[in-house]
Design a protein. Structure first.
Ligand code: NAG
Ligand code: NAG
Length: 232
């Protein structure tokens, strides 16, 4: 698939706002009183489905054997770009402007059009050393932000969540970055997990984005075998 078709595909799939899909509301981590979730976009039409989101989260928290915190604060990290998301961002912005007790951050994720595994291995490894300098997604920053936020214990418990639109591709990329960096998952485990969130594999550009981060984390002894290719 060419780059242009790629962009078109993303644009088309991005404009489907279905509201909260409970199977995509996934508990990622918990530290102290705080929870971290990945999810698809809570935007449906012009409304922001905070109630449905909380319901789905409460279910997942109880399934994991924890108690849903009383009156938690919410912090949403949107991974959508401005271009594919004018309506999405508008609706979410509006919601959070009207709920100043909660927080909203925007961290656009693009993925990569270059597959590190298509390059000679020495070159992928070499480029990965400088990943934070040239990679526009720089998963170091967003995963660190999520981690610091999760670690910070305040009086009110926090529910932090990150989402794109489908809750699979860009969300899966950031999820993979987080679990490889902080929960010691391998690239293989992360990618296999992402690929079963929906009945399709994650888009190549998100996979390549995650793959680059695996090569980078290898320098710190994390991520395991970055050359893994799932067979399907
Ligand atoms: C903002 O919140 C108030 C109080 O909950 C509500 O009455 C109002 O309709 C909301 N406005 C928007 C634009 O959502
Ligand atoms: C991940 O690995 C590091 C280094 O071995 C260890 O200190 C840390 O506790 C591990 N974290 C988890 C969540 O397993």
């Amino acid at each position: 698939m060419g780059y242009k078709q790629f962009i078109l595909l993303i644009l088309l799939t991005s404009f489907v706002y279905c509201g909260v899909s409970p199977s995509k509301v996934i508990l990622v981590d918990k530290i102290g009183k705080n929870f971290l979730f990945r999810t698809n976009s809570p935007v449906q039409g012009n409304s922001y489905q905070m109630y449905e989101l909380q319901e789905a989260m409460a279910k997942k928290i109880s399934q994991a054997g924890y108690q849903f915190p009383q009156d938690p604060k919410f912090h949403s990290y949107s991974l959508v770009w401005l271009l594919d998301s004018i309506k999405q961002k508008y609706t979410e912005d509006k919601y959070f402007k009207n709920h100043t007790e909660y927080q909203f951050s925007h961290y656009p994720i693009f993925g990569s059009i270059v597959n590190p595994n298509s390059l000679p291995n020495f070159l992928a490894k070499f480029l990965a050393k400088y990943y934070p300098i040239w990679n526009h997604d720089n998963l170091n920053i967003i995963t660190q932000e999520l981690r610091d936020n999760l670690l910070k214990q305040e009086e009110t418990p926090k529910i932090i969540f990150f989402h794109c639109i489908a809750g699979e591709d860009r969300t899966g990329q950031v999820f993979g970055g987080y679990v490889m960096r902080y929960l010691n998952w391998t690239y293989q485990r992360s990618l296999d997990f992402d690929n079963q969130v929906e009945d399709r594999n994650i888009h190549d550009e998100s996979k390549y984005g995650l793959n680059w981060y695996c090569y980078y984390l290898n320098n710190q002894g994390k991520g395991g075998d970055c050359t893994y290719e799932p067979n399907n």
